[in-house]
Ligand binder design. Structure first.
Ligand code: B12
Length: 286
């Protein structure tokens, strides 16, 4: 059975996958709307057995500039997750299609895909599925793609086991991520909710003067990659993104990008938040 599942996942565009027992994450489910859906599909009398975790690499090669220096073509104010087409849609569609194929092949079994807006604690699940280690920065580090991977899951009633791909790299706990973190968020995310720059760039409503200053100093309009850029485990890694991103890539958020926020991961908090960030970076805001 595992063999068939591996084959279907690979054929569906999910070669990077692993299995985590549902019981290992059951008591750590995150509060969100998806949690009700999960209990609906997997009631106590017919529980889930496994969470299939799958990775979507999203790191594009850095653009070559005439001098070879990065960033010369214009200021990069978007973190890497925000540069690719919205992963909730792009990767979500791949997961949905894979779940559909699995359901056809295993009639009577249930398969429920989620990504990000998910009751499944994805970092922990992927680590337990053997896909990498949790770094000091709190993110999953894959042996070949580093931490530049999104995590999606398919929860299922199938009992699957026995897949621990590759030997994961260890996190050296060198402290470089913590040293460069603009929000000084030791122990992200649990300890860094208030000061995390990624969260501040997404915050609606009034910013405190300190928060506005963080955006101004960092120059970031959507998300934050300081910790990941500093990570030695992100050097020399693969930069072939998942085909679901269609080779599309947007390095810099401009006033023009705001005209159409459809299909952009950074757009979910609305135009006003992004305009505020841009005007802080340009030195015009608050
Ligand atoms: C909410 C959220 C945020 C919030 C955080 C608010 C908060 N929770 O305090 C905000 C908006 C700030 C955020 C930011 C980012 N996020 Co976010 N976020 C999430 C989300 C939806 C839930 C995270 C959460 O609260 N988990 C609960 C906590 C308790 O769990 P945890 O973080 O996994 O921590 C546990 C593990 O680390 C575990 N653990 C620690 N060591 C070990 C060792 C082992 C062996 C094991 C098994 C477990 C383990 O113990 C911790 C406690 O249980 C997840 C998706 C999801 N459904 O999981 C994405 C997710 C974690 N985010 C993701 C990303 C990419 C980001 C950003 C990098 C985006 C960006 N560039 O700005 C930033 C990170 C910024 C930074 N500073 O590095 C990715 C991470 C991918 C990866 N490679 O790990 C996820 C998985 C989304 C996805 N589908 O890909 N995020």
């Amino acid at each position: 059975m595992e063999h068939t599942v591996h084959r279907i996942l690979a054929e569906s565009g999910l070669p990077l996958h692993g299995f985590c027992p549902f019981s290992a994450v059951e008591d750590r489910l995150l509060p969100c709307r998806g949690r009700d859906r999960l209990w609906e599909v997997f009631p106590p009398e017919a529980p889930a057995k496994t969470v299939i975790a799958a990775l979507f690499p999203y790191r594009f090669p850095d653009e070559k500039t005439p001098s070879g220096l990065p960033g010369e073509n214009g200021r990069e104010n978007l973190s890497r997750y925000a540069r690719v087409p919205d992963y909730h849609l792009a990767a979500g569609a791949v997961l949905k299609q894979a779940a559909g194929r699995l359901a056809e092949t295993f009639p009577g079994e249930r398969f429920l895909p989620f990504i990000d807006s998910s009751p499944i604690p994805e970092v922990r699940t992927a680590a337990l599925a053997g896909l990498g280690v949790v770094g000091e920065h709190g993110l999953l580090i894959h042996p070949e793609y580093g931490s530049w991977v999104f995590i999606g899951t398919i929860t299922t009633s199938l009992a699957l086991g026995g897949s621990v791909p590759g030997q994961p790299p260890h996190c050296p706990r060198c402290g470089r991520c913590a040293a460069v973190c603009p929000g000084d968020c030791l122990g992200f995310p649990s300890a860094g909710r208030e000061t995390c720059l990624s969260a501040i760039t997404q915050k609606k409503g009034e910013l405190t003067p300190g928060e506005a200053d963080q955006i101004r100093r960092s120059g970031m309009a959507g998300g934050c990659d300081f910790r990941q850029e500093a990570c030695p485990r992100n050097r020399g890694i693969r930069t072939d993104p998942h085909p679901c991103f269609d080779g599309r890539y947007e390095r810099t958020l401009t006033g023009e990008s705001l005209q159409d926020l459809q299909g952009k991961a950074y757009g979910w908090r609305g135009k006003k938040v992004l305009l505020r960030n841009l005007s802080l970076i340009d030195g015009k805001g608050g």
